[in-house]
Ligand binder design. Sequence first.
Ligand SMILES: [Zn+2]
Length: 267
Amino acid sequence: MKKFALPAVLLLTPLLASCGASPAADDAATAGPPPGLGGEVHWSYDGAEGPAEWGHLSTDFEACSTGNAQSPIDLPAHADQKAAEQPTITSSPTVGESVDTGHTVQLVPESGASAVEWDGTEFTLAQTHFHVPSEHTVEGEATAAEFHLVHTAADGHTLVIGVLAEEGAENAAWQPFVEGAATPGTTDLPLDVAAMLPEDPTYEAYEGSLTTPPCTEGVQWVVYTTPVELSADQIAVLDKASHGHNARPTLPQAGRTPYEGTLALGE
Ligand SMILES: [Zn+2]
């Protein structure tokens, strides 16, 4: 009996979420927005439609101004509080398609790219995208860029792994992503999450929000404390693909205390 491969578009369709996730998030706008979910509301990173105004652009975006657990935040170099459990991440090399959302470029993988086991819930990778410069800062300092690996659970919750990037050596593991950012619509881009993560598994975690409208809260953030290196050329490509710049400024910690742990690579 013959085996039939599913067309890639069928595999990818449910995964077109934004910086966090719900189909309401704008990033779906240029990739085919579900109507009536705030997808048509225009927002940007500057001026009258910039971050300070997001909460007033649509009732769907109110959390952007009224929320009290928003992201990104400034992180300490080291968190005193330690994680009670050690979560794990598993991954296997796969391929994906690059999609320009109008605010960033996503790499939307086929299934199985990575899965995080966190507090008894499994989160699987929906898409990876980038911000220039970084959204999270460490001791007040931004890095050149930040990648977000947006994982979602069957119950609708979102966990985002943040990977900071600084200028240094060329990074082969992130090169297919960079190529996809330069040429949205590219398919079959190789993706090996294990190779894309920093070698040092130390992270800082806290509960926050999507960093783009609708700024939905209840998002588990896991930000690696050691940046990966990208070459100046790779950063220049992301900078060009960012539509100017695409980082939301940091918001108040508001009583949240980031804690430290390690995200071990499992089999
Ligand atoms: Zn993001």
